[in-house]
Design a binder for this molecule. Structure first.
Ligand code: PGA
Length: 228
């Protein structure tokens, strides 16, 4: 099965999560990114889990931050880095994104670096800049997944077409091969749901990142069925 990553963002209460954990199919290719406070509920049921963010700091006196080591220790295997909401709303800078990638890799987490263009017109310059800023001259690790999420597709109800996803993922893979001599694993995100995922799975994307459609367990089950 292609990978399916579920980004809960700041949704769901404890009572909802308990039912969700009970009902979610256990599959190594299905990874949930809940709020950090719920991570142990997933790990205790052997559901692969990730965090939506990680601290860029190596110091422990950082009120409210959660370190990569703490996430790993609580059972997380993955972490989202540089999601567009973090970049836009919290003005996350390239130096922070790079530190987050480094901290995650050092702690043994698999980072999922989110990149995406503002608009069709700026797509290649935006993506080149985000890739260069995150990796600099060296890749840090080959164990980094890229989540390609065009900003205008996120939460819009309008995913990219299969042809466009293919074109963009092909471009990112070629660009990274040219610069870093390495072709990353790339998933697509932006309005992926239970109605379009079967069609989208015909693309060359190695998997998908779903936000809104990840909150209802019935939709999650339909997405998994469509991917099988
Ligand atoms: P969406 O969100 O599926 O609701 O568009 C995706 C994301 O923000 O990762």
């Amino acid at each position: 099965m292609k990978k399916l990553f579920l980004n809960h963002k700041m949704n769901l209460l404890l009572k909802d999560i308990e039912g969700y954990v009970d009902k979610i199919p256990k599959d190594k290719d299905l990874v949930v990114f809940p709020s950090n406070i719920y991570i142990p509920l997933f790990t205790s049921e052997n559901v692969p889990v990730g965090s939506q963010d990680v601290s860029a700091s190596k110091r422990n006196n950082m009120t409210s931050e959660v370190s990569a080591t703490q996430l790993k220790n609580s059972g997380a295997a993955y972490v989202l880095v540089g999601h567009s909401e973090r970049r836009a709303i919290y003005q996350e800078e390239s130096s922070q994104i790079r530190s987050k990638l480094e901290n995650a890799v050092e702690a043994g987490l698999i980072p999922v670096l989110c990149i995406g263009e503002q608009s069709v017109e700026t797509r290649y310059t935006d993506l080149k800049q985000q890739i260069k800023e995150a990796f600099g001259d060296s890749l840090i690790s080959e164990n980094i997944i890229i989540a390609y999420e065009p900003l205008f597709a996120i939460g819009s109800g309008q995913a990219l077409s299969v042809e466009e996803i293919d074109e963009m993922i092909h471009w990112i893979k070629s660009y990274m091969k040219e610069i870093y001599h390495y072709e990353p694993f790339i998933i697509y995100g932006g309005s992926v749901n239970d109605e379009n995922i079967k069609e989208l799975s015909l693309s060359i994307a190695d998997g998908f990142l779903a936000g809104g459609a990840s909150l209802e367990i019935e939709k999650v089950k339909r997405m998994i069925e469509a991917l099988k």
